[in-house]
Unconditional design. Sequence first.
Length: 148
Amino acid sequence: MKILIINGPNINMLGIRDQAIYGTSTYADLEKMVSDFALENNIELDMLQSNYEGEIVTIIQDNYLKYDGYIINPAAYTHTSIAIYDALLAVSKPTIEVHISDVDNREDFRKVNFIRSACFKSITNLGINGYLEAIHAMILHLDKTNED
Ligand code: DQA
C-alpha cells in the first residue's frame, strides 16, 4: 500500500507560524511522526510540500498511478483553488483532506472549501495528529476496497 501526503503553502512553517493555532511541532517533527507511523503499519508513505498551486496540481497529476491514496492539506488553497479540486476529480484517487486547525470555525473566508467534496473524508482540529488519523483511515479504506 502506497500513500502520498501533499501539503500546501506555509505547512513548511509549522513550529514557526502561529503556534496558538498550529502548535509547536515543526515540519521536520511532522515528517518523522508520519514516517515512523508508516513503518509501524508496514506501508509505503511519502510526503511532499509546495507553496505553488500549479505545482500541487502537477503533483496530483503525476503521481496518481504510483500511489493508492492521497492525503492532502491544501492549506490556504483549500479556500481558493478550483484547479486543485479539478485535479483531484481528474485522477479520482481515494483522498482524505486534513487540516491541523479547526478550519470550519475560524474566519468566514476559511468556511469556503473547494476541496472537501473531492475527498471521502475530512479530518480537522486534531493538530498534526490529524495526519495519523488520516493515514489510519486511509489504510482501513484501502483494505476494505481491496476486500470487495
Ligand atoms: C490549514 C487551514 C487553512 O485555512 C490555512 O490557510 C492553512 C492551514 C490547517 O491545516 O489548519 O495554512 O489548512
